[in-house]
Design a binder for this molecule. Sequence first.
Ligand SMILES: Cc1ncc(COP(=O)(O)O)c(C=O)c1O
Length: 186
Amino acid sequence: MPEKEPLNNNPSSEGIQKDQINNYTQQDYFRMPLTFEEIKTKTEKYILNTYNRLPVCFYFGQGPYLYDTEHKRYIDFLSGISVTNLGHGEADIIEAIREQAERIIHTSNLFYNEEQAMLAEVLIEYSFPGKVFFCNSGTEANEAAIKFARHYGQKEKNGAEIIVSLERSFHGRTFGSLSITGNEKS
Ligand SMILES: Cc1ncc(COP(=O)(O)O)c(C=O)c1O
């Protein structure tokens, strides 16, 4: 593993300081098993090429900041395309994940789940009456939205089934989502 320069001596570093990194020490940060080039090489060799990736690998985050393998700091405006928008390395979130992992990891939707029921209640109480559909990805959400819209159109709107979508859009990689994606390369 190549040695990294200490961050404080690295002029390209945008000031990642030991005291900014809650539970991480500078040493932890340097415990990177792979270089960026090695990560890129393995990615291209072993992962299907279904995404155009920018040449950056974030190594960890702190609050609103992300740090890449080259020690550069970024403000995380993207939040994992809006799915991790509570910040990085936040103590309460780490604690919640730790508690859950200690108690039970996953049991599937074949059974009842206390947290799922409680979260659904909160979402409905703070939004509008109805029911929640939980899913794991954007493409599932859009797939469900297409089905709900068609069902509603058929039942309530004299069989209406046209779905309007935009050019240069992306909605996921299922056949349903692709059918309303206005982007030839998806
Ligand atoms: C608008 C939109 N719809 C759907 C998706 C697909 O999400 P996922 O990759 O979680 O299936 C994305 C992801 O980039 C998206 O931006």
